[in-house]
Design a protein around this ligand. Structure first.
Ligand code: ADP
Ligand code: AMP
Length: 232
């Protein structure tokens, strides 16, 4: 049985590597507005949005054997083991029919990050980081009204602690590689989206073509930064 499952996982990893997907990790504290902005990006830029939290909640609902474990961890604001989350992400990516993904709320710690890269051989094009104060995030979570068991003040405080201790180092890691695009997420939704759009939209700049071919190509490349990073 284990061998069959391992073979299936290897197959999934191979097909994901063959797909050579464009992946953007969307990170930020709980309530920073990741889901809200991802919905906008999906509409305008053809990405598929995969929220690690939503996939885990769907897994609980499906009656999976991991359901109770996942549910208990979410109630405590803890990070679910990466083998569970990575499998859910892989499956969703392969079933989507798309090759452009916003992966929201993942990787949440260093182990998530290194396991995802090792297993899937996929590196993100960049990391969209929603930077928001705890005070503002707390206000938003307490009025989210989606009936989430973890949107209570006790669990919220635990989630903030996990974000600071485990998730921020992942953002720092990608920052050291020049891959973080930081957004001031404490502003109104529309203003935040203006900044987000500027990162995803081809810049559509006029190119001075009277220069040497290499210089012209540098400008052309800058206009297609997203595609360009995928090819690296
Ligand atoms: P996350 O996915 O980061 O946990 P959400 O997108 O679910 O955050 O946003 C949390 C709550 O805050 C939601 O109720 C959402 O409508 C609201 N919200 C999101 N962005 C903003 C914003 N820029 N200003 C005010 N409220 C926001
Ligand atoms: P979110 O919907 O992103 O706010 O996530 C809600 C909860 O789901 C988190 O507090 C964690 O308990 C769990 N969770 C979400 N994403 C992950 C992940 N990438 N790895 C582990 N656990 C996660």
């Amino acid at each position: 049985m284990g061998t069959v499952v391992n073979a299936a996982n290897k197959e999934a990893n191979r097909s994901l590597a063959d797909l050579n997907p464009t992946v953007v990790f969307v990170l930020g504290g709980p309530g920073s507005g990741k889901g809200t902005q991802c919905a906008n990006i999906v509409q305008h830029f053809g990405f598929t949005h995969l929220s690690a939290g939503d996939l885990l909640r769907a897994e609980i609902k499906s009656g999976s054997e991991n359901g109770t474990m996942i549910s208990n961890m979410i109630k405590e604001g803890k990070i679910v083991p990466s083998e569970v989350t990575i499998k859910l992400l892989q499956k969703a990516m392969l079933e989507s029919g798309n090759d452009k993904f916003l992966i929201d709320g993942f990787p949440r710690n260093e182990e998530n990050r290194s396991a995802f890269e090792a297993v899937t051989k996929v590196e993100p094009s960049f990391v969209l980081f929603f930077d928001c104060s705890e005070e503002e995030m707390e206000r938003r979570l307490l009025s989210r009204n989606q009936g989430r068991e973890d949107d209570n003040i006790e669990t919220i405080r635990k989630r903030f602690k996990v974000f600071l201790e485990s998730s921020l180092p992942v953002i720092e890691y990608y920052n050291s590689k020049g891959k973080v695009r930081k957004i001031d997420a404490g502003r109104p939704v529309e203003e935040v989206y203006e900044s987000v759009k500027a990162i995803f939209a081809p810049k559509d700049e006029k190119i001075d073509a009277g220069r040497p071919v290499e210089e012209v190509f540098e400008s052309v490349k800058a206009n297609f930064a997203l595609e360009n990073e995928k090819a690296d």
